[in-house]
Design a protein. Sequence first.
Length: 228
Amino acid sequence: MVTSRKRWLPLEANPNIMNQLLNQLGLSQAECFDVSGLNEELLAMIPQPVLAVLFVYPVTEKSEEERIQQDSAFKGPTNGVYFMKQTVGNACGTIALLHAVGNITSKIKLDEGFYLDNFFKVTANMDPSERATYFENDKELEYLHSIAATAGETEVSENVDTHFVCFTCVNGVLYELDGRRAEPISHGASSPTTILQDAAKVIQRMMTKNPPGAINFNVLALCGTSSI
């Protein structure tokens, strides 16, 4: 649940915007790509390796009821997963990127001395709430987010009804990471080579829970570059 009164402008689900922000933050070994469809043929067009999957979906009364119900079954922190809470409104896009990068630092090399390198060193031993507080008070990240949020193609407004989440594979398990949730959500076995297909199955189930005709969905894959 978002608890702070602070609100940022939302990020557009646009790979060019995401890549611009990641580059400024100090990630040069991965970039985002649009996933234009969830069937096997279209998924096969996404460059490998896929390191994480971002999903943007409309927030509805039904999705909120399910979130509250699942959170009531909280079982404690998940070992090995980098997770942080969201306390800033409309910051879910940047938090999804941090969740994606925070769980692949053993697979990629962050640009030394840049923002992400410093952020993960400082927050490594913090709990999810402490990371959220650090995030909320970080003026540098707020500034870089604002630049990216105003660089999109659509009109910018604080009033949005969509939300970003991240899917990552840690220790052979597919996790859904959402800073509004009590903890990472396990979706069963996965692997670095099947994360895109496994996430797509979960996303398809999530999409069917929305009203017929709902179109505010976007899927992005964070893929490693040839320099990995």
